[in-house]
Design a protein around this ligand. Structure first.
Ligand code: ARG
Length: 458
């Protein structure tokens, strides 16, 4: 069949070229945005006396019916169409005759597609944001339950200082809070309407772009028509926000994987979120966490692909830009799959407090507190640091921990040691002493929880 744009040519393209050129396989998911956008366009054309209000009513009614029919299944999207915009217009014209042909006055597919993608992606941002909130809430619940569960905190993956598990979890809540903010910033900059930029230069009709933008829930219009049709920053920004989010989930996944290994055994994932091995009967594998970590690479790939596609493009629209959609849709789909699974995995995991406590007792994670004790007694920090290191070396040689040494043994290193040192190196005391804002004391963890809750309610 000849194309709707037949004219200059007969529009009888080779079927190979058709398949290659067509985007309906991936842009049909924007049918609702495309139709809603067209309804606003018809209303604007009438408001500006470019078409009559009867014509607008007919167009809007026809579009409404197409939307209904697609949703009920009565109208199947034709996968041989060039794209969703052509498909909708084609059906409209078949159903309405000549009036249908008026819809495309004062617009182009170039501004139309830019509009549809923005509308589609801002909804995706809302969905992903709600999922992030659910995850943050699950983290808050767990953090509250474990505000005094001692575990070793690490640097270089070496036991470093005691912390509470709730503090560790709240670190991720903070990251996710920033992810939420990044998405909301992205949405704010995305929410400007390109419709009315037309092919590239605007139009000779006296249109009202603001009318259309307002009807479609935009905060304003793209101010330069060339920019309006060639800008894909909003998709790059979204991909970048999603990449950062996935990076956070991936780091968290890595910890979940470590913690559920026999080497750590800090947590046990629920059966609902683990898998077995087809050969090794003893296995319980953290596949969900591994897949989230794995899918992170895919989202980064989507970001890099779009940046690369855009980097050499002259203004304004180029067909290369059709390549913007699959990647950004894939990233949204991936993130939307990962988040609920992650939340389920976190809220059902069993925290093995005793194992965390045992691990905290080894590794001399209270050595800093021993040094701080000496400082409290008047010794300069560097000297205190050295003596504490020598005491740790003695313990290692004797197979002991700091709590095992007698006061007499301590006094061999420094006369300032008194009986009160044991209170200062007790792990719970070590944690509770870290009262600095943002530290690991129970009070601080509760303050962090309050802070995050407040931010969520804003
Ligand atoms: N399917 C196209 C895309 O996604 C729509 C815009 C086509 N514009 C054009 N001038 N051929 O980019």
């Amino acid at each position: 069949m000849a194309k709707m744009w037949a004219g200059r040519t007969d529009g009888l393209t080779n079927s190979l070229a058709d398949d290659f050129n067509s985007s309906i396989g991936f842009d049909s998911r924007m049918y609702k945005q495309d139709i809603t956008g067209s309804m606003a366009h018809a209303a604007m054309l009438a408001a500006c006396n470019i078409i009559t209000s009867d014509e607008a009513d007919t167009l809007i009614g026809g579009l409404e019916q197409i939307l209904c029919d697609i949703e009920s299944g009565a109208l199947e999207i034709d996968m041989t169409a060039e794209d969703i915009h052509m498909f909708v217009e084609q059906v409209l014209t078949e159903r309405l005759g000549d009036v249908g042909k008026k819809l495309h006055t004062a617009r182009s597919r170039n501004d139309q597609v830019a509009l549809d993608v923005r509308m589609y992606l801002r909804e995706e941002i809302d969905t992903v944001s709600a999922q992030i909130r659910d995850l943050i809430e699950a983290l808050i619940d767990k953090a509250q339950a474990h505000k005094s569960t001692i575990m070793p905190g690490y640097t270089h993956l070496q036991r470093a200082q005691p912390i509470v598990f709730g503090h560790h979890l709240m670190a991720y809540a903070m990251m996710l809070l920033r992810d939420l903010e990044r998405l909301s910033d992205t949405r704010r900059r995305m929410n400007f309407s390109p419709i009315g930029c037309c092919a590239l230069a605007g139009t000779t009709y006296a249109t009202d772009r603001r009318f259309e933008a307002e009807k479609l829930g935009f905060d304003g219009i793209c101010q330069n028509s060339l920019d309006g049709v060639s800008d894909r920053d909003f998709a790059v920004e979204l991909l970048s926000s999603l990449s950062i989010l996935m990076m956070h989930l991936s780091r968290f996944s890595e910890e979940i994987i470590l913690w559920s290994s026999w080497e750590f055994k800090f947590i046990e994932l629920s059966n609902e979120y683990t898998t077995g091995s087809s050969i090794m009967p003893q296995k319980k594998n953290p596949d969900m966490a591994e897949l989230v970590r794995g899918k992170t690479g895919r989202v980064y790939g989507d970001l890099l692909a779009l940046l690369t596609t855009l980097k050499g493009l002259p203004l304004a629209y180029n067909k290369d830009m059709q390549e913007d959609k699959e990647g950004v849709f894939d990233a949204c789909d991936t993130v939307k799959m990962c988040l609920p699974v992650f939340t389920g995995m976190i809220s059902t995991m069993n925290v093995l407090e005793e194992n965390m406590a045992q691990a905290a007792k080894k590794g001399f994670i209270n050595a800093t507190d021993l040094a701080d004790y000496l400082v409290k007694k008047g010794m300069p920090f560097r000297s205190a640091y050295k003596i504490s290191g020598q005491i740790v070396a003695k313990c290692i040689a004797d197979g002991k921990v700091l709590e095992d040494l007698t006061l007499d043994e301590y006094k061999e290193f420094s006369a300032v040691f008194e009986d009160d040192l044991y209170g200062d190196i007790d792990l719970l005391a070590c944690v509770e002493k870290r009262i600095s804002e943002g530290g690991t004391s129970q009070g601080s963890v509760m303050a962090q929880i309050e802070y995050v809750k407040e931010r969520l309610n804003k």
